[in-house]
Design a protein around this ligand. Structure first.
Ligand SMILES: C[S@@+](CC[C@H](N)C(=O)[O-])C[C@H]1O[C@@H](n2cnc3c(N)ncnc32)[C@H](O)[C@@H]1O
Length: 243
Protein backbone atom coordinates (compact mmCIF):
# COMPACT_ATOMS: atom_id res chain seq x y z
CA UNK A 1 0.00 0.00 0.00
CA UNK A 2 1.35 3.47 -0.80
CA UNK A 3 1.21 6.37 1.67
CA UNK A 4 -2.07 8.15 2.44
CA UNK A 5 -2.34 11.51 0.65
CA UNK A 6 -1.90 14.73 2.64
CA UNK A 7 -4.90 16.65 3.94
CA UNK A 8 -5.71 18.61 0.76
CA UNK A 9 -4.41 17.53 -2.60
CA UNK A 10 -4.56 19.46 -5.84
CA UNK A 11 -6.73 17.82 -8.48
CA UNK A 12 -4.98 17.02 -11.72
CA UNK A 13 -7.53 18.90 -13.81
CA UNK A 14 -7.93 22.40 -12.29
CA UNK A 15 -10.96 21.31 -10.27
CA UNK A 16 -9.69 22.74 -7.00
CA UNK A 17 -8.45 20.55 -4.18
CA UNK A 18 -9.61 17.16 -3.04
CA UNK A 19 -9.88 16.83 0.68
CA UNK A 20 -8.67 14.03 2.89
CA UNK A 21 -10.62 15.35 5.85
CA UNK A 22 -14.31 14.63 5.47
CA UNK A 23 -16.90 17.37 5.80
CA UNK A 24 -20.17 16.98 7.72
CA UNK A 25 -22.13 15.75 4.68
CA UNK A 26 -19.47 13.18 3.75
CA UNK A 27 -19.45 11.84 7.29
CA UNK A 28 -23.22 11.32 7.10
CA UNK A 29 -22.70 9.50 3.81
CA UNK A 30 -20.06 7.23 5.33
CA UNK A 31 -22.32 6.35 8.27
CA UNK A 32 -25.16 5.62 5.87
CA UNK A 33 -23.00 3.58 3.47
CA UNK A 34 -21.63 1.44 6.29
CA UNK A 35 -25.08 0.07 7.09
CA UNK A 36 -26.82 0.42 3.71
CA UNK A 37 -26.28 -3.18 2.67
CA UNK A 38 -26.09 -2.35 -1.07
CA UNK A 39 -24.04 -0.33 -3.55
CA UNK A 40 -23.47 3.41 -3.06
CA UNK A 41 -22.08 5.90 -5.58
CA UNK A 42 -19.47 8.59 -4.92
CA UNK A 43 -19.77 11.19 -7.73
CA UNK A 44 -16.64 13.27 -8.39
CA UNK A 45 -14.81 11.21 -5.81
CA UNK A 46 -11.44 12.85 -6.49
CA UNK A 47 -8.79 10.74 -4.78
CA UNK A 48 -11.62 8.97 -2.99
CA UNK A 49 -11.34 9.96 0.68
CA UNK A 50 -15.08 9.44 1.25
CA UNK A 51 -15.17 6.22 -0.80
CA UNK A 52 -12.24 4.87 1.18
CA UNK A 53 -13.81 5.84 4.52
CA UNK A 54 -17.09 4.17 3.50
CA UNK A 55 -15.26 0.97 2.53
CA UNK A 56 -13.25 0.94 5.75
CA UNK A 57 -16.48 1.48 7.71
CA UNK A 58 -17.87 -1.69 6.11
CA UNK A 59 -19.86 -0.52 3.06
CA UNK A 60 -21.01 -3.50 0.99
CA UNK A 61 -19.98 -1.90 -2.33
CA UNK A 62 -18.79 1.54 -3.37
CA UNK A 63 -18.71 2.86 -6.93
CA UNK A 64 -16.25 5.74 -7.20
CA UNK A 65 -16.77 8.05 -10.18
CA UNK A 66 -14.56 10.85 -11.41
CA UNK A 67 -13.93 12.75 -14.60
CA UNK A 68 -10.20 12.19 -14.16
CA UNK A 69 -9.23 8.50 -14.27
CA UNK A 70 -5.83 9.22 -12.66
CA UNK A 71 -7.61 10.25 -9.44
CA UNK A 72 -9.39 6.91 -9.32
CA UNK A 73 -6.17 5.00 -10.08
CA UNK A 74 -4.61 6.57 -7.00
CA UNK A 75 -7.57 5.44 -4.89
CA UNK A 76 -7.27 1.87 -6.13
CA UNK A 77 -3.53 1.82 -5.53
CA UNK A 78 -3.97 3.02 -1.97
CA UNK A 79 -6.46 0.38 -0.88
CA UNK A 80 -5.71 -3.01 0.59
CA UNK A 81 -7.25 -6.15 -0.90
CA UNK A 82 -10.17 -6.22 1.57
CA UNK A 83 -11.39 -2.79 0.49
CA UNK A 84 -10.41 -3.04 -3.18
CA UNK A 85 -12.66 -6.07 -3.59
CA UNK A 86 -15.71 -3.95 -2.72
CA UNK A 87 -14.73 -0.95 -4.89
CA UNK A 88 -15.74 -0.35 -8.49
CA UNK A 89 -14.38 2.65 -10.35
CA UNK A 90 -16.28 4.38 -13.09
CA UNK A 91 -14.51 7.21 -14.90
CA UNK A 92 -16.67 9.66 -16.85
CA UNK A 93 -18.42 13.00 -16.75
CA UNK A 94 -21.49 13.03 -14.52
CA UNK A 95 -24.34 13.12 -15.41
CA UNK A 96 -24.11 12.45 -19.16
CA UNK A 97 -21.39 9.83 -19.38
CA UNK A 98 -22.34 7.46 -16.61
CA UNK A 99 -25.37 5.21 -16.35
CA UNK A 100 -26.80 2.77 -13.82
CA UNK A 101 -29.90 0.62 -13.72
CA UNK A 102 -32.96 2.33 -12.29
CA UNK A 103 -33.32 1.69 -8.57
CA UNK A 104 -29.98 -0.12 -8.36
CA UNK A 105 -28.17 2.17 -5.87
CA UNK A 106 -28.79 2.54 -2.16
CA UNK A 107 -27.11 5.89 -1.73
CA UNK A 108 -25.17 8.61 -3.57
CA UNK A 109 -22.66 11.22 -2.47
CA UNK A 110 -21.27 14.24 -4.34
CA UNK A 111 -18.82 16.38 -2.39
CA UNK A 112 -17.48 19.55 -3.97
CA UNK A 113 -18.48 18.62 -7.48
CA UNK A 114 -21.96 20.11 -8.11
CA UNK A 115 -20.45 23.61 -8.44
CA UNK A 116 -18.61 22.29 -11.51
CA UNK A 117 -21.93 21.48 -13.20
CA UNK A 118 -23.94 23.79 -15.48
CA UNK A 119 -27.54 24.54 -14.43
CA UNK A 120 -28.78 21.93 -16.90
CA UNK A 121 -26.36 19.35 -15.55
CA UNK A 122 -27.45 20.11 -11.97
CA UNK A 123 -31.09 19.43 -12.94
CA UNK A 124 -30.26 16.36 -15.01
CA UNK A 125 -27.83 15.12 -12.39
CA UNK A 126 -30.40 15.27 -9.59
CA UNK A 127 -32.93 13.51 -11.81
CA UNK A 128 -30.47 10.77 -12.70
CA UNK A 129 -29.51 10.26 -9.06
CA UNK A 130 -33.18 9.97 -8.12
CA UNK A 131 -33.74 7.43 -10.90
CA UNK A 132 -30.69 5.34 -9.97
CA UNK A 133 -31.58 5.24 -6.28
CA UNK A 134 -34.04 2.75 -4.89
CA UNK A 135 -37.02 4.29 -3.06
CA UNK A 136 -35.84 5.20 0.44
CA UNK A 137 -32.25 5.60 -0.85
CA UNK A 138 -30.32 8.67 0.23
CA UNK A 139 -28.44 11.45 -1.50
CA UNK A 140 -25.71 13.53 0.16
CA UNK A 141 -24.48 16.69 -1.59
CA UNK A 142 -21.94 19.30 -0.53
CA UNK A 143 -21.00 22.29 -2.71
CA UNK A 144 -19.45 25.76 -2.68
CA UNK A 145 -21.67 28.81 -2.08
CA UNK A 146 -21.18 32.44 -3.13
CA UNK A 147 -20.52 33.18 0.56
CA UNK A 148 -16.80 32.48 0.32
CA UNK A 149 -14.09 35.08 0.76
CA UNK A 150 -12.82 34.58 -2.75
CA UNK A 151 -16.21 35.62 -4.23
CA UNK A 152 -16.39 39.01 -2.50
CA UNK A 153 -16.35 40.70 -5.93
CA UNK A 154 -19.34 38.65 -7.05
CA UNK A 155 -21.45 39.19 -3.90
CA UNK A 156 -23.30 42.27 -5.21
CA UNK A 157 -24.14 40.68 -8.54
CA UNK A 158 -25.31 37.52 -6.79
CA UNK A 159 -27.49 39.61 -4.44
CA UNK A 160 -29.06 41.44 -7.41
CA UNK A 161 -29.80 38.20 -9.24
CA UNK A 162 -31.28 36.57 -6.16
CA UNK A 163 -33.48 39.62 -5.57
CA UNK A 164 -34.73 39.44 -9.16
CA UNK A 165 -35.67 35.81 -8.46
CA UNK A 166 -33.26 34.39 -11.06
CA UNK A 167 -33.30 30.63 -11.20
CA UNK A 168 -29.53 30.15 -11.14
CA UNK A 169 -28.09 33.21 -9.38
CA UNK A 170 -24.73 31.61 -8.66
CA UNK A 171 -23.55 30.94 -12.21
CA UNK A 172 -20.22 32.73 -12.76
CA UNK A 173 -19.59 32.49 -16.47
CA UNK A 174 -16.17 34.16 -16.33
CA UNK A 175 -14.30 33.52 -13.12
CA UNK A 176 -11.64 35.97 -14.35
CA UNK A 177 -14.10 38.87 -13.95
CA UNK A 178 -14.23 38.39 -10.20
CA UNK A 179 -11.16 36.54 -8.99
CA UNK A 180 -7.53 37.70 -9.06
CA UNK A 181 -5.16 35.79 -11.31
CA UNK A 182 -3.16 34.46 -8.35
CA UNK A 183 -6.26 32.78 -6.89
CA UNK A 184 -7.50 31.47 -10.23
CA UNK A 185 -4.66 29.13 -11.01
CA UNK A 186 -6.51 26.05 -9.72
CA UNK A 187 -10.01 27.05 -10.77
CA UNK A 188 -11.90 26.26 -13.94
CA UNK A 189 -12.87 29.21 -16.21
CA UNK A 190 -16.46 29.18 -15.01
CA UNK A 191 -18.09 27.97 -11.83
CA UNK A 192 -21.63 27.49 -10.59
CA UNK A 193 -21.94 28.50 -6.94
CA UNK A 194 -24.95 27.00 -5.23
CA UNK A 195 -27.10 27.65 -2.20
CA UNK A 196 -29.68 25.81 -0.12
CA UNK A 197 -32.64 27.30 -2.04
CA UNK A 198 -31.45 26.15 -5.48
CA UNK A 199 -30.25 22.73 -4.33
CA UNK A 200 -33.47 22.05 -2.42
CA UNK A 201 -35.61 23.09 -5.40
CA UNK A 202 -33.70 20.79 -7.77
CA UNK A 203 -33.69 17.85 -5.36
CA UNK A 204 -37.43 18.14 -4.75
CA UNK A 205 -38.17 18.46 -8.46
CA UNK A 206 -36.19 15.28 -9.06
CA UNK A 207 -38.18 13.24 -6.54
CA UNK A 208 -36.28 13.64 -3.27
CA UNK A 209 -37.79 14.42 0.08
CA UNK A 210 -35.28 16.93 1.44
CA UNK A 211 -34.43 16.05 4.99
CA UNK A 212 -32.03 18.93 5.40
CA UNK A 213 -30.55 21.70 3.24
CA UNK A 214 -28.29 24.08 5.08
CA UNK A 215 -25.32 26.46 4.92
CA UNK A 216 -22.23 25.89 7.05
CA UNK A 217 -18.44 26.10 7.11
CA UNK A 218 -16.83 22.81 6.21
CA UNK A 219 -14.08 21.65 8.53
CA UNK A 220 -11.28 21.74 5.97
CA UNK A 221 -12.11 25.09 4.37
CA UNK A 222 -8.87 27.01 3.74
CA UNK A 223 -8.51 30.30 5.62
CA UNK A 224 -8.55 32.30 2.36
CA UNK A 225 -12.09 31.13 1.54
CA UNK A 226 -13.63 31.86 4.93
CA UNK A 227 -16.22 34.61 5.19
CA UNK A 228 -19.19 34.30 7.53
CA UNK A 229 -19.88 30.61 8.24
CA UNK A 230 -22.08 30.07 5.14
CA UNK A 231 -19.30 29.02 2.77
CA UNK A 232 -20.66 25.54 2.06
CA UNK A 233 -24.09 24.15 1.24
CA UNK A 234 -25.15 20.67 2.27
CA UNK A 235 -28.20 18.66 1.33
CA UNK A 236 -29.47 15.29 2.53
CA UNK A 237 -32.44 13.85 0.68
CA UNK A 238 -34.42 10.65 0.63
CA UNK A 239 -35.70 9.16 -2.62
CA UNK A 240 -39.49 9.33 -2.42
CA UNK A 241 -41.37 6.07 -2.57
CA UNK A 242 -43.64 5.80 -5.56
CA UNK A 243 -47.41 5.89 -5.15
C1 LIG B 1 -12.76 19.58 -5.63
S1 LIG B 1 -12.62 17.91 -6.11
C2 LIG B 1 -13.53 17.10 -4.82
C3 LIG B 1 -13.11 15.70 -4.58
C4 LIG B 1 -13.79 15.00 -3.38
N1 LIG B 1 -15.16 14.64 -3.68
C5 LIG B 1 -13.72 15.89 -2.16
O1 LIG B 1 -14.76 16.33 -1.67
O2 LIG B 1 -12.61 16.15 -1.68
C6 LIG B 1 -13.73 17.79 -7.49
C7 LIG B 1 -13.64 16.47 -8.22
O3 LIG B 1 -14.78 16.34 -9.06
C8 LIG B 1 -14.38 15.86 -10.33
N2 LIG B 1 -15.39 16.32 -11.28
C9 LIG B 1 -15.66 17.58 -11.68
N3 LIG B 1 -16.69 17.61 -12.54
C10 LIG B 1 -17.10 16.32 -12.67
C11 LIG B 1 -18.13 15.68 -13.41
N4 LIG B 1 -18.97 16.39 -14.19
N5 LIG B 1 -18.26 14.33 -13.33
C12 LIG B 1 -17.42 13.60 -12.55
N6 LIG B 1 -16.42 14.16 -11.82
C13 LIG B 1 -16.26 15.49 -11.87
C14 LIG B 1 -13.00 16.43 -10.54
O4 LIG B 1 -12.24 15.67 -11.45
C15 LIG B 1 -12.42 16.38 -9.11
O5 LIG B 1 -11.75 15.18 -8.86
Amino acid sequence: MSEAPPRRVLTKNRMGWASERLGAVSELFVEFAARAGGPVLDVGAGYGAASEAALRAGAAAVIANDLEPRHLEELEARLGAAERGRLRVKAGRFPREIEFEDGSLWGAHASNVFHFLTPKQVSEGMKKLARWLRPGGRVFVQAATPYQGVWAGFAEEYGRRAERGERWPGLVEKVSEYVAHRQRSQMPRWIHLLDDVVLRREAEAAGFEVERAWLYRRADLPAGLRLDGRETVGLVGVRRRLG
